[in-house]
Design a protein around this ligand. Structure first.
Ligand code: ADP
Ligand code: MG
Length: 819
């Protein structure tokens, strides 16, 4: 494109340099800490490169100062002047905010807080954050931290992003779907802005794009002809200050890494010289469980530390032992480490890649005098309130050792000072999606080698003498760990992605959009077929319905339900229900009980659980969707009386408090959007839905079916052609076989990878034991069911024990209503 060329060369030749600069006086200790950061030491080179190029890629290891320092440097060098500010000194070339995107809310809010603190009282109001449900942005905002989803929405409103002078895409190495989409879109917005700046310099300035990555793996962005066709962006590498870290692999890889982790950390805490510990686990519940056990074990006499009031004992909902692939050995012969449980033995150095130096180093460490440190255990995960997250940045109390139990937010997003010992379980919980079957799961699976490296690196920031204990053997590491994490776009449903791109008039998504990593053509076609079925797309273009669906920041399926509900008087019901479905994971399953548990206590608990289930499914005891609706409605009433009452309600009824709060926030957001479209016809606040009566119930079920029109299952014994139904008669509801629809319900979406035989066979599915339908007798089971998810238990690979595919949550629907 000659225009692109000319813009590119214009950009190259006249390096753009804002005239106005800003000098910020920072507190002395802040300034000292900044000056030690590699990014600040390299300020000159970084700023020159950004001045001279429209797109810059900046790589620097975690903790080098990318997130907190580059925005401040840009501000000091004249970018981010306020749009409303018309004083002549302000340079038009830099008008607009400095926007920084993060894949996670936790990173956006905590980085904004940190930068505000570093900027000091005079300038702290220049920085703000915006995440879903929460923003501090004002007229004074010059630096805006936000989630990548927030910026994507803004591009839909204003494609040229005229409010910004710079956009920084942070954590690009994580390859979240939103980040990938943003980079693709920005590769088009940047030249467009350059053009606008030439044509209307009084209105637009060129847009700077800075892509930041904690790793050097940026090839997908660089060597992609379509992404940056004219000029390859320069790659700046900031040297990290990384001390070497001693690696300790386990000799055997245990399946129950949670127990092993508790053991190892407890022994490590008793034996190791001072230094903070960072423990990588997979999720919130697991962290709560480990915190509780460690507190019990290490704190027998003293109290304090971590507040357990929110803790539940079941550390993972539906949690299954990690895997059954070979390479796993449970408690086999010579794991000397385990036999030496506890007190007398020093912490063992396991099999290691390194030479004996590791052992010597550790033994030398042990000879250092040490007092008995008390543990200072802190959890760190995305859903934790910001104030509690901030605790990891505070110096621990005198005489304690900080032990941070974290998910992979601590891998690159947050840098905790003073970490010397890392314990890595080697797993993470990832969203997985099987495109062919449509089954989505949250699986605990091995991390990549690159992630393991990042985790290890957390022990090498403060000084020498860092160690990492890996709860897996080097053989497992070599055999099962992928080199890099698979980009999220390859493991997620694409309906939402395709619809968003159609909104930008990109008709042929596969051909026209510069994906950093392109999803398979077939998957894009499937997504398109579903959008056709929802009526969101007509031909290749987004329809009017599609536009309305897209207004709601939820999956297009839920958007469809909301759009339909507006016209049939069930809007409040649909809002509450889709909020519940979209947030998901609202219920805490009944705890598994052990034989030795006190039976009286167990009985009481069972009864309370039963009462809660009866209360929640009172409106209709044959529909999970209606149960969810009632749960949300009841919670809403308590929530309006304050957080304490809502918490109490959740506790009494086996509801997850965090999820329920998010449901209420989403309800409010969805309602506000619907209200804006209704020209004020709706009330200010969402009304609490009441019990659906008579026809309403049927219409509600139909609404759900409209959003999940491809997710209807029919009872297998109703199908004449079905050979399987001749088998053993099911004794329980959960054994009743259903068949899903054939893979395609329109011509557009035929699964070409399936053999003709496979296409004929419908998938055999069963209801989930958590469903309200599970208590019915087999003969009472409905003929048709609408489901929202298919799932399979994680450990599905034990030979001969193929787990069943289960549907949940469920809405029964009559044949007439379905038609
Ligand atoms: P990067 O983005 O390159 O990983 P950051 O800018 O996040 O690096 O962090 C730079 C340094 O600032 C880190 O070494 C960390 O110790 C410190 N830091 C970051 N956030 C905070 C905070 N909230 N409190 C205290 N120190 C912080
Ligand atoms: Mg960062």
């Amino acid at each position: 494109d000659p225009l692109l060329d000319s813009i590119a060369s214009a950009q190259q030749n006249s390096s753009i340099r804002p005239a106005a600069t800003l000098t910020i006086q920072r507190e002395e200790d802040v300034q000292t800490a900044r000056l030690a950061l590699p990014v600040v030491q390299d300020e000159q080179r970084i700023i020159e490169t950004i001045h001279a190029n429209t797109v810059t890629i900046l790589c620097g290891s975690t903790g080098s100062g990318k997130t907190t320092q580059v925005p401040q440097m840009l501000l000091e060098n004249g970018y981010g002047s306020l749009i409303g500010d018309s004083s002549p000194a302000k340079d038009l070339q830099s008008r607009g905010m400095i926007g920084i995107t993060q894949p996670r809310r936790i990173a956006a809010t905590s980085a904004a807080e940190r930068v505000a603190y570093e900027l000091g009282p005079t300038y702290r109001d220049r920085v703000a954050h915006q995440v879903r449900y929460d923003t501090t942005v004002s007229k004074k905002t010059a630096i805006k931290f936000m989630t990548d989803g927030v910026l994507l929405r803004e591009i839909q409103m204003d494609f040229s992003l005229s409010k910004y002078s710079c956009i920084m895409i942070d954590e690009a190495h994580e390859r979240s779907v939103n980040t990938d989409l943003l980079i693709g879109l920005l590769s088009r917005i940047v030249p467009q802005r350059a053009e606008l700046a030439l044509e209307q310099p009084e209105k637009y300035c060129p847009l700077k794009l800075i892509i930041m990555s904690a790793t050097l793996r940026v090839d997908d962005f660089l060597s992609n002809e379509r992404l940056f066709p004219t000029v390859k962006p320069p790659v700046l590498e900031v040297e990290g200050r990384q001390y070497s870290v001693t690696e300790h692999f386990s000799r055997k890889t245990k399946r129950d890494y949670v127990e092993e982790m508790i053991d190892k950390v407890a022994r490590g805490h008793r034996k190791l010289p001072p230094g903070a510990m960072l423990v990588f686990l997979t999720g919130q519940q697991e962290i709560t469980f480990v915190a509780k056990k460690l507190n019990e074990r290490l704190n027998r006499s003293s109290s304090g530390g971590f507040d357990l009031s929110n803790g539940t004992d079941d550390y993972e909902d539906g949690y299954e032992k990690a895997d059954d692939r070979d390479g796993f050995v449970e408690n086999e012969d010579d794991d000397a480490h385990d036999e030496n449980s506890g007190s007398e033995a020093d912490i063992k150095v396991d099999e290691t890649f390194e030479d004996e130096f590791a052992v010597e180093q550790l033994e030398a460490d042990h000879k250092q005098p040490k007092g008995a440190l008390r543990p200072h255990i802190l959890p760190l995960y995305a859903a934790l309130p910001v104030a509690e997250q901030q605790q990891v940045f505070e110096p621990p109390p005198e005489g304690t050792r900080m032990i941070v139990l974290a998910t992979n937010v601590a891998e690159t997003s947050l840098t905790i000072p003073g970490i010397r010992y890392v314990f890595d379980c080697g797993r993470s919980k990832e969203k997985k999606y099987d495109h062919r079957s449509g089954i989505q799961t949250f699986e605990v699976d091995w991390i990549s080698k690159a992630s393991a490296d990042q985790r290890k690196g957390r022990a090498g920031r403060t000084g020498p003498g860092g160690h990492v204990w890996r709860l897996y053997s080097s053989a497992v590491f070599e055999r099962y760990f992928e080199e890099h994490t698979v980009p999220e776009i390859l493991r997620t449903p694409l309906e939402s992605v395709v619809l968003q791109l159609k909104a930008f008039s990109i008709e042929n998504v596969a051909k026209a959009f510069p994906f950093a990593t392109a999803p398979e053509q077939l998957q894009l076609e499937k997504a398109e077929a579903l959008l056709q079925n929802l009526g969101a797309v007509k031909g290749a273009q987004m329809s009017e319905t599609g536009k309305q669906i897209l207004k709601f920041p939820v999956d297009p399926r839920y958007g469809k339900i909301l759009v339909l509900a507006r016209n049939n008087g069930l809007l409040q019901h649909a809002i509450a229900l889709t909020a519940g479905l979209a947030v998901g994971d609202l219920y805490i399953p009944q705890a598994q009980t052990n034989e030795e548990d006190d039976t009286a206590a167990v009985n009481t608990q069972h009864q309370a659980y039963g009462r809660a289930q009866a209360l929640l499914s009172q409106w209709d005891d044959r529909s999970d969707a209606v149960k969810m609706l009632r749960s949300v409605a009841l919670h809403a009433e308590h929530y309006s009386n304050g957080a304490a009452e809502a918490r109490e309600f959740c506790r009494n009824n086996w509801l997850r408090e965090k999820s329920m709060v998010e449901v209420q926030q989403l309800r409010k957001q969805l309602h506000a959007i619907a209200r804006a479209q209704s020209n004020g016809a709706l009330a200010d606040h969402p009304l609490v839905p009441t019990a659906p009566k008579g026809k309403e119930l049927q219409r509600l079920n139909q609404l759900v079916a409209a959003g999940f029109i491809d997710s209807v299952a029919i009872r297998a014994d109703l199908l004449k052609s079905d050979g399987v139904s001749a088998g053993r008669k099911p004794k329980r509801a959960i054994e009743v076989a259903y068949r899903t629809l054939k893979p395609s319900i329109s011509d557009a979406g035929i699964d070409r990878t399936a053999s003709p035989a496979e296409r004929e066979v419908q998938r055999s599915v069963f209801i989930h034991p958590s469903s309200v339908l599970a208590k019915l007798s087999p003969s009472e089971m409905p003929s048709y069911i609408v489901y929202s998810h298919l799932s399979k238990a994680v450990a599905a690979t034990v030979e001969g024990k193929q787990k069943k595919t289960r549907m949940h949550p469920l809405t029964p629907i009559g044949p007439k209503a379905l038609a």
